[in-house]
Design a protein around this ligand. Structure first.
Ligand code: SF4
Length: 251
């Protein structure tokens, strides 16, 4: 599913309510430094015909127009979410765009929460971390606790270093939400395999996010042979963390 508009919605989201989306990526192509086997935007190679990023000014104007229109219609939004067709922190003006978005949110819908969904690969950049710490919900994705699994599930287009990502996340001092996709594949990957699950739980304990969002497959994926882990099963799998006091939501 590709979003062609820079500002889209509001859409009703499982976790965010009536959510306005901001797509900082090319309007007709996906742009990500991961190529997850479950990505609802498809493979990077299938969407590379358009590499034009919206400018910070274009994003600000599009968001202002949308928020003003919603206000005139008497509609309410619960959240403004940076998601879209790829990784939002790859945009070179991401920090400025976050600052503009927070100002507009304060002016139009001060109760709306600003969320950013990110694969946490750009946290080596101080300005990206500072911007993420300003939003209400920095949602950082780590799908597995081993490099081998991350290579298999997320297919990073660069030498991903899990230890560096974890070190960068420690700078949040727990002020973030961890997001993990749980799935199985017909060729033998199983996020619920006991050793794998235990390693992931240790990762949660080490990073101490303020909450955890666990996902099961919900949308068509580019890779064939993916198997959904039922949400009820997911809830059972994460019970030890809940019993330890972690806030864990399964979707
Ligand atoms: S990080 Fe997100 S946008 Fe990038 S490939 Fe994975 S699911 Fe798709």
């Amino acid at each position: 599913m590709m979003r062609e508009d820079t500002v889209f919605g509001p859409i009703r989201s499982r976790r965010l309510g009536a959510s306005l989306g901001i797509n900082l990526l090319p309007r007709r192509g996906k742009l990500c430094n991961f190529d997850c086997i479950y990505c609802e935007c498809g493979w990077n190679k299938d969407g590379r015909d358009d590499k034009t990023l919206p400018t910070a000014l274009e994003v600000r104007r599009a968001l202002e127009d949308k928020l003003a229109g919603l206000m005139l219609e008497g509609r309410h939004i619960d959240s403004i979410t940076f998601s879209g067709d790829g990784e939002p922190t790859l945009h070179p003006d991401f920090p400025q765009i976050v600052a503009d978005t927070l100002l507009l949110r304060d002016g139009f819908f001060p109760d709306a929460k600003v969320s950013v969904l990110t694969n946490a690969t750009r946290l080596g950049d101080d300005a990206v971390v500072e911007a993420l710490l300003k939003v209400d919900n920095p949602i950082l994705k780590i799908d597995a606790a081993s490099l081998e699994d991350i290579r298999r599930i997320n297919r990073p287009a660069f030498p991903y270093d899990l230890e560096t990502v974890k070190e960068n996340i420690r700078r949040f001092d727990g002020r973030f939400i961890l997001q993990t996709m749980f799935l199985r594949t017909e060729d033998g990957y199983d996020a619920a395999q006991p050793g794998r699950l235990a390693a992931w739980m240790d990762l949660v304990r080490a990073l101490r996010p303020r909450s955890v969002q666990c996902y099961s497959l919900d949308r068509p994926a580019p890779q064939a042979g993916l198997v959904k882990i039922p949400v009820e099963e997911l809830r059972k799998l994460v019970r030890p963390l809940v019993e330890e006091g972690f806030s864990v939501d399964c979707y």
